[in-house]
Design a protein around this ligand. Sequence first.
Ligand SMILES: [Zn+2]
Length: 250
Amino acid sequence: MTYAPLVPHGDPPRYFTFPSLTALRVAHATTTRHFDGATPFRDPSGPFRLEGTSGLDDAGIDLSRAAYARQMHGAAVAELTGGGFAGEVDVLATKSPGVPLAIFTADCLAVTLYDADARALVLAHVGWRGTVRGAPQSAVAALERVGGRAGRTLATIAPSIGPCCYEVDEPVIGDFAERYPGRWDRWVASAGPGHWMLDLWTANEELLMSAGVARERIETARLCTACNADLLFSYRKGNRGRLVTVAALP
Ligand SMILES: [Zn+2]
């Protein structure tokens, strides 16, 4: 199977990388079900289980230094200079080299923003609620607050649920219509009375572009978690595990 534009690592893959971030020497990864170094978030020792695993050492990521949050499906930001618990936020931003920022998902989008000139990095957790609450715009604003510029940033969107599988109903669409009048209808396809297929990939690409990110600098994996639930974790498919998307500044 081909996963382009993603590069798989391991057989079966333990994690994926984006060639665009690798070319800029950003250590990063999005894990699969075959990565066994993540634990349920409520574990008081933190979300990683490193003993007895190789973690993500081979990706150049030291998970023992990672920053992580209690993700709230909102748009709040934490600016970080070190690892550990970052609070109740969905956007993590840093200017500090070597501090891995970690986002946990199972269908939601993990968005990474990197400005190589400013050496500024942001990771964001974005589902439908985060999209409605402005998480992608908040991620771009966070990048600019730590010295980056939207017009220079590379953006990647990790494997997440696609428009093929993401059926939603009236309450969700009502929130989109209220928040994004005149735009939301481009992000949905009808799935019968009162039901729509929602394309969070296109929605987030367009919202990032509206915030100043160049279209040609947005790289979306377009690998659907629900279509590939045997490889990835999909909440919609009943999986309770989480994929970890992590990146650190060079
Ligand atoms: Zn799908």
